[in-house]
Ligand binder design. Sequence first.
Ligand code: F6P
Length: 554
Amino acid sequence: MNQRETQPAIEEWTPGPGRSSSWADLERHAARLGAIHLRRLFDDDPERGRRLRATAVGMTLDFSKNHLDDSALASLLDLAAESRVQERVQMMSRGDKINASENRSVLHMALRLPEGSKLEIEGTDVVAEVHRVLARMEHLANQVRRGERKGATGEPITNVVNIGIGGSHLGPAMAYRALLPYVDRDLSFAFVSNVDPSAMEDTLRDLDPAATLFIVASKTFTTAETMSNARSARDWVASRVGAESAGMHFVAVSAAPDRAAEFGVGPRDRFEMWDWVGGRYSMDSAIGLSTMIAIGPDRFRDMLRGFHDMDLHFLTAEPQTNLPLIHGMLSVWYRNFFGYATHGVMPYDSHLDRFPDYLQQLTMESNGKSVTLSGKEVEWDTGPIYWGSPGTDGQHSFFQLLHQGTTVVPLDLIGFARSHSHDNQRHSMLLANMLAQSRALAFGRTAAEVTGGSPTTRTHRVMPGNRPSNTIVAEKLDPYRLGTLVALYEHSVFTQGVVWGINSFDQWGVELGKKLATQIEPYLSQGAPSPAFDSSTNGLIEELTSGIDHEEDQ
Ligand code: F6P
């Protein structure tokens, strides 16, 4: 495949209101369907539950409990076509520089291309590169898992600590939890991200430095939190094994190997990633080294297969059966035509407890944008706020608002037919709760259906229903299905970004805060205000430092 240097005029990608016939159609559909209760849609069309669903790569997306009918779905898919989602994904897959503001290709799909396939970018076969790094990861993972990787004192490594933040933390931390039943229990794993010194200190308290390996995961190898945590870990190791040998306890994953070398990581322990992998799309690159050590190389490759199969599905399936496309277009539907500002993700599997956190970066760092690719202010809403927590826990806290509050939150409910537990009965209870929630949300309970109580208390028990949700089901949460699930969301986010005409692959919005923190830090350390700061910041500096003896601290 060849990389195309030129791209079509950027505004072509943004149909938007007033520029697109399907947009106007969708406004009419939304007005029409917004006035029809989901109960009625099901009453009028008893088969919709079997029709408005799609299955691919072992996953089913039931989208029947949405404000949708066949003609609205057709218009949504028209909007995707007008926005040229399919063409755009082809551009991404062949390495066009669709991350225009950083002039970069976006090639996370190349991370899971099978060995032997070819993708040349500027004269380099990136698939060969990916598999070269995978083989090196595999070597290290096997060494650690067999007890052959020794620390400076000759003790085998039994603790692995990933130091990273954002995309260099959330994916590995989420995957570790998601795949816990597959994790080698002779090893311990920890994930430190926050610059709060307590985060590192609490993690290290029970570990033996001589048996601990740190993975410093940072694409740039400059991120303040990660570098500060890495330095503190190095001091901790050095205090036990000596400064000259501390490097034996560190490996690095980075697109900046020189910086990793400067930090003291030898060539054997440096694992590359590339500028064409965004941090939030990197859990299947060497950033996933902790995952590979935890579950073993074969299962890591199963996960890559899952990603790849969903990629192929997204690239080739017809729109009517294309899971990520439909999922993404439903987000557009609720964001732009119903004005819903948030989207809840509720996995009915406690192993996915970190999945909503992971998705927050994937979705919100990608699509939290307000200028189009050409740099114009958008005239439509973009990325919704994603949030969530595992069911059934959420049911006993915030679900009250989802059922009876005045704010509507479209949901994704995620469940698996088979559990890792042998307690089938309790697993059935879990799944029954997932199905019950989707029914209660969609159909509610009318005043006539409320039994008992006085007329006044009965009103409190009416459930309005008419609240939309998708249900995503697969057989079992294993490495392969985790890959398909993450790739589903990656491509859903991509679809949304294309329709909104934004760049889903940069993140300029996080830069200013980093710069300001660097400016504030010296003043805070000194307990001194700055004439350059506002009165609130100076007042807070005073408040936070009054009573701290800075002389003594230094
Ligand atoms: O500040 C945001 C961010 O750049 C994320 O996009 C990224 O995943 C994270 O920081 C960590 O960056 P790095 O891997 O370079 O340390």
